[in-house]
Design a protein around this ligand. Structure first.
Ligand code: NAI
Ligand code: MG
Length: 368
C-alpha cells in the first residue's frame, strides 16, 4: 500500500512556527499509530517570492495538484506590502484555490468546554458545540455577470449578479452530504428562496441531490436570515450547514466567533473527487501570518493542529484519529495550558508555541 501524500506549505510569519508543532503530531502518528504520510515541503507566499520571484512556483502548483492533501500555514507580512499586486503573497494562496478548483469551504465552529467562558454567548448555549459550515466558494454574487458601476440617466448604479448553475449547487451539496455522513448525518441548507430565484433553484437542487444520492442523510431547509438568528439562539441544533458564497461568508464568520480565539480556528477547502475518490483538499488555519507576534514563540498552534485533524477525517477517513487529536487538544486546555491569545482577564502565565505542541503530543501519548 502506498502512503497517503501530504504537501506542507508553511509560508510566512507564524506559519512555519505553528507548522513545526503539527509536524510533531504527524511524526507521532507515524511512530505510535503506524500512520505514515509521504510528506513533502515547499514554499508559498513571501518566502516563495524571495526565492523564485513568484508567490507560487509552477512546480509547487503541480505538486499541490498531485498530492492527497495540502496543509498550509499562512502567507504575507509587512515586508511584502509594497510588492506589485500580481506577486503579492496572497496571490499564491488564491492561485492554489483557483487551480485546484476548491469550491467547498469548510469552517467548523467547535467549542472546547475549557474555553466556553471565552464565548460572548452563555456557556450552556455553546458548551460542546460542534457544527460545520460549508460555504460555496467559487461562484455566486462575488463572481456573477453583469457586474460593475454604471451610469443610468444622471446617477450611478452599482450592480452585482447572484448566479448559480445547477451543477455548481449540486457539487457543493454533495460535498456537504459526504461530510455529514462522517459526522452527525444531518444537513441544513440555507438560502432565501422566499425572495430570490437563485434561492429557489438552490433549494430544489439540494433536495434532488439528497433524494437521489443521500436519502440516508437528514435534510432540512431554512431561510438564511432565520439561520443567522438560530446560530446565535440555539447553535447546537445544527450539524452541517450548506449555503452559498455570500451567506456563507457572513454565517461562517459569525459561527466561528461563537467559540473564541482566531488562534483556535481551522478550515478546509475541498474540490472535486480525484481518481482515488478523495477530494482535492487544502487545509489551513483561518488566521494570517500575525507579524505582530512572529518570531517570538507566542503563536497558538492549535488552529493549524486542528486543520490537520480535519485532514485526517475528511481526506484520509481517519475519523478516530482525528477525534483522538481533538481530545488531546481538549485535554491540554482542560489542564489549564494556554498560549497568550487564550489568556482571560484573570491573567496567568502563557506557554510558548512549542510547549503547546509538546503538551498536545504528551496528551496523545496519554490517550494510548
Ligand atoms: P492575522 O490573522 O495574521 O492576525 C490578527 C491578530 O490575531 C493579530 O493580533 C495576531 O497576533 C493574532 N493571531 C493570529 N493568529 C494567531 C495565533 N495562531 N496565535 C495567536 N495570535 C494570533 O491577520 P492580520 O493581522 O490582518 O494579517 C497579517 C498578515 O497575514 C497580512 O499580511 C495578511 O495579508 C495576512 N493574512 C494571511 C492569511 C492567510 O494566509 N490565509 C489570512 C489573513 C491574513
Ligand atoms: Mg469573511
Amino acid at each position: 500500500m502506498v502512503n497517503p501524500s501530504l504537501l506542507i506549505l508553511a509560508g510566512d510569519g507564524i506559519g512555519p512556527e505553528v507548522m513545526t508543532e503539527v509536524k510533531k503530531v504527524i511524526a507521532w502518528m507515524g511512530d505510535k499509530r503506524g500512520i505514515t504520510f509521504d510528506v513533502s515541503e515547499d514554499l508559498v507566499g513571501g518566502c516563495a517570492y524571495d526565492q523564485h520571484g513568484t508567490p507560487l512556483h509552477d512546480d509547487t502548483m503541480a505538486k499541490a495538484q498531485s498530492v492527497d492533501a495540502v496543509l498550509l500555514g499562512a502567507v504575507g507580512g509587512p515586508k511584502y506590502d509594497n510588492l506589485d499586486f500580481s506577486v503579492k503573497p496572497e496571490r499564491g494562496l488564491l492561485r492554489l484555490r483557483k487551480e485546484m478548483d476548491l469550491f467547498s469551504n469548510l469552517r467548523p465552529a467547535q467549542c472546547f468546554d475549557a474555553l466556553a467562558d471565552f464565548s460572548s454567548l452563555k456557556k450552556d448555549v455553546v458548551a460542546g458545540l460542534d457544527i460545520m459550515i460549508v460555504r460555496e466558494l467559487t461562484s455566486g454574487v462575488y463572481f456573477g455577470e453583469p457586474r460593475g458601476i454604471f451610469t443610468e440617466g444622471n446617477e450611478r448604479v452599482g450592480i452585482n449578479t447572484q448566479r448559480y448553475t445547477e451543477s455548481e449547487i449540486a457539487r457543493v451539496a454533495r460535498s456537504a452530504f459526504e461530510l455529514a455522513r462522517k459526522r452527525g448525518n444531518k444537513v441544513c441548507s440555507m438560502e432565501k428562496a422566499n425572495v430570490m430565484e437563485s434561492g429557489i433553484l438552490w433549494r430544489e437542487v439540494v433536495q434532488e441531490v439528497h433524494d437521489k444520492e443521500y436519502p440516508d442523510v437528514e435534510l432540512s431547509h431554512m431561510y438564511a436570515d432565520n439561520g443567522a438568528m438560530q446560530l446565535v439562539r440555539r447553535p447546537k441544533q445544527f450539524d452541517v450547514i450548506v449555503t452559498d458564497n455570500l451567506f456563507g461568508d457572513l454565517l461562517s464568520d459569525a459561527a466561528a466567533m461563537l467559540t473564541g480565539s482566531l488562534g483556535m480556528l481551522p478550515s478546509a477547502s475541498l474540490g472535486a473527487p480525484m481518481a482515488n475518490g478523495r477530494p482535492k483538499a487544502l487545509y489551513e488555519p483561518v488566521h494570517g501570518s500575525a507579524p505582530d507576534i512572529a518570531g517570538q514563540g507566542k503563536a497558538n498552534p492549535i488552529a493549524c493542529v486542528l486543520s490537520f485533524a480535519m485532514a485526517l477525517r475528511y481526506s484520509f477517513d481517519l475519523g478516530d484519529e482525528a477525534a483522538r487529536l481533538e481530545q488531546a487538544v481538549e485535554k491540554v486546555l482542560a489542564d489549564g495550558l494556554r498560549t497568550a491569545d487564550l489568556m482571560g482577564p484573570e491573567g496567568g502565565t502563557p506557554i510558548s508555541t512549542s510547549a503547546m505542541g509538546d503538551a498536545i503530543v504528551a496528551a496523545l501519548d496519554a490517550s494510548l
